[in-house]
Structures are given as C-alpha cells and as structure tokens.
Design a protein around this ligand. Structure first.
Ligand code: SF4
Length: 558
C-alpha cells in the first residue's frame, strides 16, 4: 500500500495540510486524508485542496472516494493533475482571498495544460456562484456543498466538451423552506476506508445546514436549512467504520446538539443517538462538535456523564462575554444562560473539558464590552478558545445592517489580549496534569518528526522510535516518544511537561484494543477542567494567534 497525494490544504488547527505523493504528510495538519493503492490513470488524475472546517474535510474525503470509484486517481502534484479542485470556505474573508490567490496561480498552469479542469467546490461556490467565473473565467466547474453528488457527472460532461458547468442550491430566500432544503442534498455516499485521514478515526455527519442565523455568520446561507440525517443511516455508517477498524468517531454538525430526527410520535435527540453508538462493539471514543449553548440540554449532559465511550469534551462557543454584543450578534442567548449551562455541565461532569470560540471587534464593540470576554475566559476557565477578529461577510445581517466600526489595529490588539488571557488559563489548567498518567490515542508523527521523515524520504520501520502525537479523551494533545507501529493504538503516558497547548510525557504501557473507561476518567479528572483539540490534527500550536491568522473555527460552527 502506498500513500499518494490528495493535496489537501486545511486551514484549521494551525495547519496547512498537504500530502506528498511520496506518502509522508509534509506539513502540520492532519495525518493524511488519502491512502490510495493502485496505478494512476494518466487522463483522470485529481488534486484537491481544502480550506475550512471538518465539514469540508469530510466533503473532500467523500468527493475523492466517489471519484475514485469513477476511475480517478490522485495526482502526485498539482501540476500533474487533470482536474484541480478547491473545496472552499466563506466564513472569513481571509479564507476566500486565499482561494482566489490560488486560482490565480492555477491560471498559469492551465495555460500550459489547457485540458486541465479547474473546480471550485463548497461554501464559496454557493456564496459567489457566477462571481467565481467572473473573477476567474478559467474555472470550469462551480459546485455548492448541497450539490456535491453531481460532481462525477459534471466532470464527465466537461470532459466531453460541454464547457463550464455550475451547480448550486437555492438561495435561502428563493423559495419555501422545503424547496430550499430539498436543493441542499446531504452528501453521504459510501465511505472508502482508504480515503479516511486515518483508518482509526472518522468524521460522521449528523446533519447539514443551520437555522440559527447569527448576525455574523454565512453558514445558514451557504449550507442551507438544518436537516438531520436519519439515525439509522448514521448508526449504519458508524458500524461500518468500526468494522473497518475505526476506533474514534467524531459526529459533526454546524450545531450538532440541535440534532432532532422526528418519525411519527418519536423524536431522536443527539443523546439518543449517542446511546445507540455507545453500544457499538469495538468503538472506543465518540466526540461531537460543535455545540450551540442553548441546546445543551440535560439529557445530553447526562449522556456525556453516563455513556462510557462519549468523551467528556464539549466545544460550546460563547462568542462573546457581553449580553449587548450577543444581542447584536443575534446569538439567541444571554451570558446568564451560558453560565447556567456551564454550571449544569460542571455539576454532572466535573471533569468535562470545555472549549469556546470568541469573536473580537464585532460591530460597535466597546472596550468595556470586550473586557467582558476576557473576564468570561477567566471565569469559566476554558481549556482552550479559538479567537477570531470579526470579518464582515456579505449576505449576513451584520453586513447589511451594522457597521464594521472597530479599527483593524484595535481588533488585532483585542485578539492578542484575549489570547493572552486564554494562554494563562490554559497553562494553569494543564498544570494539574504533571505526573499524572493518561490514556491517549496515538494519531501520528509530530510536525518535528514529519520533517525528519520527509528528509529521509521513506516511512520509518515499525519499531523505530519516533516522536508521536496523540490525544486524551478530553482532547488534550500529548507528545511522546514511541515506536512508529503504535500509531492508531492506545498508550498510557505519564505526563512530564506541560505547556498551554500541549503536554509531553513518557510511555508507560501499550494498551490493548479494549478501552478502559476508568483510565479515561482518571486522565480527564486530572485536568480539573476542560481540554482540547480536535481529531485528526497533529499540529502543535505554539500560540492561538497563529491559528487566527490561518484558520477557521476548529469546529464547524462559524
Ligand atoms: S455561528 Fe453557528 S449557530 Fe450561528 S449561524 Fe453560524 S453555524 Fe449557525
């Protein structure tokens, strides 16, 4: 089996992910999105780069898997590809700018190879539609996230000479909720085990779209109305993944805890779904992101408390610490409600790891209002927060009706100050880990080791000691030296060093395939508060400001 290039760039975590044809991941980011076997076909070689959240990462995985079934293989590099796709994000201007810059570079490559197909997929395709080809007329294919199932056929048509094609869903105001929802088709084709970032971890979609309409957020427009997948389909997909060797599943939805599936008199909630998945033999960990504060119901908190495989890790973005700003943001809750939610979580799951997102410099934000966010970070003791400077987005209520009046220099300064507060809180929270033994799932090489391996040009032997990275069940990143063969296994690690964003330790023992809930709990209780990062990412952030420059929220919520 060989690793071939998927060429995926992911601007989340700190990472820009790209994957070399030689097989090693070559930059910070995920372990690898594509593991592909077989010979390449010269005429149908694909390169795809992805920006954004886990939803896009999953979409890219599924698009590649579907196209492989149509005979496409991965190109060793972008310049050798017959089709180059960009799976895009519109949550921040910065993400869009990067894609238009990349399209500019591809234009030159296309001049040399006119048969090459250039595609823009995802949120920017849905948001900009015709504008994509106005700005980059050399683009052949524009496909929104609700039309990804059409890509194979569209590629065939373009190759047969149809000319450029665009398939997007209805705009939110273009028809009834039902008709708009029907135009956003959830894209959940059969998984290809070889296409997952790692064989032992997987993202599974619970729902698409969002109906919350926060004033700053473009997601309800570009991802459409909220639509749950049937629980049976989700469970079936998870069982198949586990049968293929998957040990950790992360359920993803823009507001995953809003999940509701109504059938007759019965409503299936996220807590019910978790109970079903918890019963799957062979599955070790279940995570779910991102949570909407108002939908953090008691039944869900109890599920986190009672179900042994559900990680006590809750990413619940507060976005701001001041009621007046939350009102302007149209977030639909007050700080009082948020505090009450946290209190309920802490009471039921004292060791829960709680993380947040914050926006600084939102329309009209005063110094005093900003200080409320700083105070909230200290008060709640978040394990981690992802901090973003407000970026006005066309098509949102804030863009249409509010004034982006906080100067960029002030946004930057507030970003740094909030980051400083979070760094202090995170470091303090990690101190209690020193000397503790925690169980981690090893995800892959550390970025430092990746560079070493890349320079060697081949994967290490199974027993070679390398620097690896894994995560606790509450999602803290842990660095440890261990043999390469333990990637994908559980290790017991004694923590010897702590930083604000990562822990380091020494290996205590190699776990068996069976999970040990007690050690999970012990590891998390050691924290005393929340922790962590998400699945798949093995980057070691030196600071969150680095994230701010390069990333979207860790989780799906905008
Ligand atoms: S911020 Fe989250 S909850 Fe609000 S509209 Fe965007 S995706 Fe929905």
């Amino acid at each position: 089996m060989s690793w071939r290039g998927l060429g995926l760039i992911c601007l989340y975590g700190t990472g820009v992910l790209s994957i070399s044809a030689a097989g090693a991941t070559v930059s910070a980011g995920f372990v690898c999105l594509a593991r592909i076997t077989g010979m390449t076909t010269i005429e149908k070689r694909l390169w795809i780069e992805t920006v954004g959240c886990q939803m896009n990462v999953l979409d890219s995985e599924l698009v590649v898997a579907a196209l492989r079934r149509d005979g496409w293989t991965m190109a060793p590099s972008r310049v050798e590809a017959d089709a180059v796709f960009f799976n895009t994000c519109s949550v921040r201007q910065h993400a869009e700018d990067k894609i238009y810059s990349a399209l500019g570079r591809v234009r030159t490559e296309k001049r040399d190879r006119p048969g090459m197909i250039v595609g823009v997929l995802g949120c920017m395709a849905q948001k900009d539609q015709d504008l994509v080809r106005k700005r980059a007329p050399w683009v052949d294919l524009v496909v929104g996230p609700g039309q990804l199932h059409r890509i194979g056929g569209l590629l065939d048509e373009i190759r047969a000479g149809s000319g450029p094609r665009m398939e997007v869903s209805l705009n939110r105001t273009a028809g009834s909720r039902l008709s708009v929802a029907e135009s956003f088709e959830s894209y959940d084709p059969d998984r290809d085990p070889q296409m997952r970032p790692t064989p032992f971890q997987a993202l599974v979609r619970t729902q698409t779209g969002c109906d919350k309409f926060c004033a700053f957020c473009v997601v309800p427009g570009v991802r459409g109305p909220e639509q749950a997948r049937p629980p049976e389909a989700i469970e079936r997909e998870c069982r198949k993944l586990v049968a293929e060797g998957c040990r950790e599943i992360t359920l993803i939805g823009q507001t995953v805890n809003s999940y509701r599936w109504n059938s007759g008199d019965t409503t299936v909630r996220l807590s019910d779904l978790l109970e079903r998945l918890d019963a799957i033999d062979g599955l070790n960990r279940i995570k779910f992101v991102t949570n909407y504060p108002r939908d953090m119901t008691d039944d869900l908190i109890e599920a986190v408390r009672d179900l042994p495989k559900v990680s006590p890790y809750l990413h619940v973005p507060a976005q701001h610490g001041c009621d007046a700003v939350l009102t302007r943001m149209k977030r639909g809750y007050s700080i009082g409600l948020y505090r009450d939610m946290i209190a309920r979580v802490r009471q039921a799951v004292p060791h829960a790891s709680i993380t947040s997102d914050f926006i600084v410099g939102f329309c009209g934000e005063t110094e005093e209002e900003f200080e409320s966010s700083v105070a909230l970070v200290h008060e709640i003791g978040f394990r981690n927060s992802f901090i973003f400077k407000y970026s006005p987005r066309p098509g949102t209520k804030a863009f249409d009706r509010q004034v982006d009046d906080v100067p960029e220099s002030v946004k930057r300064s507030r970003n740094n100050r909030l980051l400083e507060a979070q760094t202090q809180v995170s470091l303090a929270g990690n101190q209690s880990f020193l000397g503790r033994t925690v169980e981690i799932l090893i995800e892959g090489l550390s970025p430092h080791e990746e560079l070493n391996i890349e320079s060697l040009g081949s994967a290490p032997a199974a027993d070679t000691m390398v620097q690896l990275v894994g995560r606790t069940t509450c999602d803290r990143i842990v660095v440890v030296d261990a043999p390469w063969r333990v990637v994908g296994r559980m290790l017991l690690v004694t923590i010897t060093e702590v930083g604000a964003w990562t822990l380091s330790g020494t290996r205590t023992a190699l776990e068996t395939l069976n999970d040990d809930r007690d050690s999970f709990q012990e590891g998390c209780q050691a924290t005393g508060n929340g922790d962590v990062q998400t699945l798949h990412s093995i980057d070691l952030p030196s600071s969150l400001s680095e994230r701010d420059e390069t990333t979207l929220p860790l989780t799906v919520e905008g």
